[in-house]
Design a protein around this ligand. Structure first.
Ligand code: GDP
Length: 195
């Protein structure tokens, strides 16, 4: 995909009405700090369009990036913040569920996992929860540049078994530093949004 123009078109909080878009949507989920903003910025060739993490009290929203007036990249709120109350966590959950159930244009959900670590309990829960809500997540293993080349296959296997993914699930490694994996992710997105 050649990025001609990008625009953060809609930002939805827990009380917002979600947009009824006409264009295909691709969503990204992952725990905070996994590299979701960096991935979205990398896919869109921007340095800091998507919010970067580790800002305490950062608002949790679903952000819709219109790409080339052709599709949306949808940034779902990160999970796993230690400092957040159960009540707020439940509200985010409801917001994401509302989106997963309500969107008529959502073609796929990508779940981001740090390639260095075995999936956490939160990651496993998120994977199962997305499946429960009707989507088979595609996995992006982030921060590829942080491990040795010789470790890649072993780590990908750890993610596959740790999440107990469905057979045939794709796991794509990506580095926001080197942009390795970017073309493969776009190639996959292109097939997912092509009618
Ligand atoms: P988010 O909370 O999921 O949006 O995570 P961010 O994109 O803000 O990234 C969290 C931290 O990890 C930041 O310090 C990033 O610079 C770093 N980071 C993200 N992706 C990569 C990557 O592919 N390689 C390296 N080396 N660092 C990364």
């Amino acid at each position: 995909m050649i990025i001609k123009n990008v625009n953060l078109e809609t930002v939805c909080g827990i009380t917002s009405r979600l947009p009824e878009n006409e264009l295909p949507e691709i969503a990204f989920a992952g725990k905070s700090n996994v590299g979701k903003s960096s991935l979205i910025n990398g896919l869109l060739n921007r340095k800091s369009l998507a919010r970067t993490s580790a800002q305490p009290g950062k608002t949790q929203t679903i952000n819709f990036y219109n790409v080339n007036q052709a599709m949306y990249l949808v940034d779902l709120p990160g999970y796993g913040y230690a400092k957040v109350t159960q009540e707020i966590r439940e509200k985010w959950g409801k917001l994401i569920e509302r989106y997963l159930h309500g969107s008529k244009q959502l073609k796929a959900v990508f779940l981001l996992i740090d390639i260095r670590h075995e999936p956490s309990e939160n990651d496993k829960r998120m994977y199962e929860w997305i499946v429960w809500n009707g989507y088979d997540p595609i996995i992006i293993a982030t921060k590829l540049d942080k491990i040795k080349r010789s470790q890649i296959q072993k780590q990908l296997k750890l993610i596959r078994t740790g999440l107990n993914v469905k057979p045939g699930t794709q796991i794509l490694p990506f580095s926001a530093e080197t942009k390795q994996g970017r073309d493969e992710i776009w190639a996959l997105i292109d097939t997912l949004i092509t009618p």
